[in-house]
Design a protein around this ligand. Structure first.
Ligand SMILES: *Cc1c(COP(=O)(O)O)cnc(C)c1O
Length: 347
């Protein structure tokens, strides 16, 4: 085996969705943008549909096409980027529901696909996507007259429960939508955990399904095993890797493993990251290279064929902390080169 093996636990994904659904008021959807956060939209989508998900969210219409071919026609697929120029045929053919973000998009939708389901995204302060309050005020009667499937907005600081932005956005959303009969949605994973005030008719968790913060009770979803290419004895005083950044303090057994920064194991995470062999941790030594990492396995009683970098001891949020980033970025950077296998579910 020449490449690292990524194992994706679909039973854990379904479990995480069920537990988030149990915390949510109303319907619980699933966000599967960016190829289900790097884990594979077809197998993840199928597993979630089998678990009971009836509504999915993707970032772009093209992603909706890939998802639609994996799941049945009855499931709803919402598109965050709305109805962009050129999306008409894709939206119609794959039966997608654009979340229109502006007057232009609303007009484009109503002209190009009259009678086709759509939703509306509102900006409540994040200033990323969605109609501004004044824009919404002038268009809401037109939009609501077309029976939109969903009126939604997105929280900027939901992973910080005490942040005043949460209540501020909740207020803004209520001001813009109280009294309408269309279903409403405000909460992603962080918003689910903020409590029922934030749930409205539909919640839309993403990262929590895949085992990431802020859903600390999530079941881990990914394991990553990296084969050892060779081991060598490095004498005290000798160096390992580019830039001679690590010098052996003792005679050491060094394993060179077959993954690197080209596989999403960011170079910056090296100094803080461990590899695991049967629960024993072994530090990365020297610089992470494009396709290889050197690991100090001196303290293992027996050297296995492979070492683990993602497991229950060191999850995506640990690697993220080691790299100064967030679990979302670790997940979506997972290498295309990995062999992938799915556990459970209906992959
Ligand atoms: C990505 C995204 C989500 C899901 O967010 P998580 O933090 O991964 O749960 C929900 N809504 C919108 C608008 C998003 O962009």
């Amino acid at each position: 085996m020449a490449v690292a093996q990524l194992s994706i636990d679909l039973t854990a994904v379904a479990h995480n969705w069920r537990t988030l659904a149990a915390k949510s008021q109303g319907e619980t959807a699933a966000v599967v943008k960016a190829d289900a956060y790097g884990l594979g939209v077809a197998p993840v989508g199928r597993a979630l549909a089998a678990a009971g998900v009836r509504s999915f969210f993707v970032a772009a219409a093209e992603e909706g096409v890939a998802l639609r071919s994996a799941i049945d026609d009855a499931a709803r697929i919402f598109v965050f980027s709305g109805h962009m120029d050129g999306d008409k045929n894709t939206i119609a053919a794959a039966g997608l529901i654009p979340l229109v973000n502006s007057a232009d998009q609303l007009l484009r939708q109503l002209e190009a696909l009259p009678g086709h389901p759509f939703g509306v995204q509102l900006d409540t302060g994040m200033n990323r996507l969605g109609m501004e309050p004044e824009e919404w005020a002038s268009l809401r009667d037109i939009a609501l007259g077309q029976s939109p499937q969903l009126i939604m907005s997105h929280l900027a600081c939901a992973d910080e429960p005490d942040h005043p932005m949460n209540a501020q956005q909740l207020n803004a959303f209520r001001t813009m939508t109280d009294g309408i009969s269309a279903p409403r949605s405000l909460a992603a994973t962080g918003g689910v955990l903020l409590g029922a005030d934030y749930h409205f008719d539909l919640t839309r968790p993403g990262v929590g399904l895949y085992g990431g913060a802020p859903y600390m009770d999530a079941r881990p979803v990914v394991e990553l095993d990296i084969p050892i290419i060779q081991t060598r004895l490095v004498r005290a005083g000798e160096t390992v890797g580019y830039g001679n950044s690590w010098t052996a303090k003792r005679d050491s057994l060094i394993a060179t493993i077959a993954a690197g920064y080209a596989d999403g194991l960011h170079r910056v995470m090296g100094p803080k990251t461990q590899l695991y062999a049967d629960g024993v941790s072994c530090p990365v030594v020297g610089r992470i290279s494009m396709d290889m990492i050197a690991v100090d396995v001196t303290d293992l009683t027996a050297v296995p064929d492979q070492l683990q970098i993602l497991n229950a001891d060191q999850g995506v949020d640990d690697l993220a902390a080691n790299a100064g980033t967030i679990g979302y970025e670790i997940l979506t950077s997972l290498g295309q080169r990995y062999g992938r296998s799915y556990v459970g579910g209906q992959a």
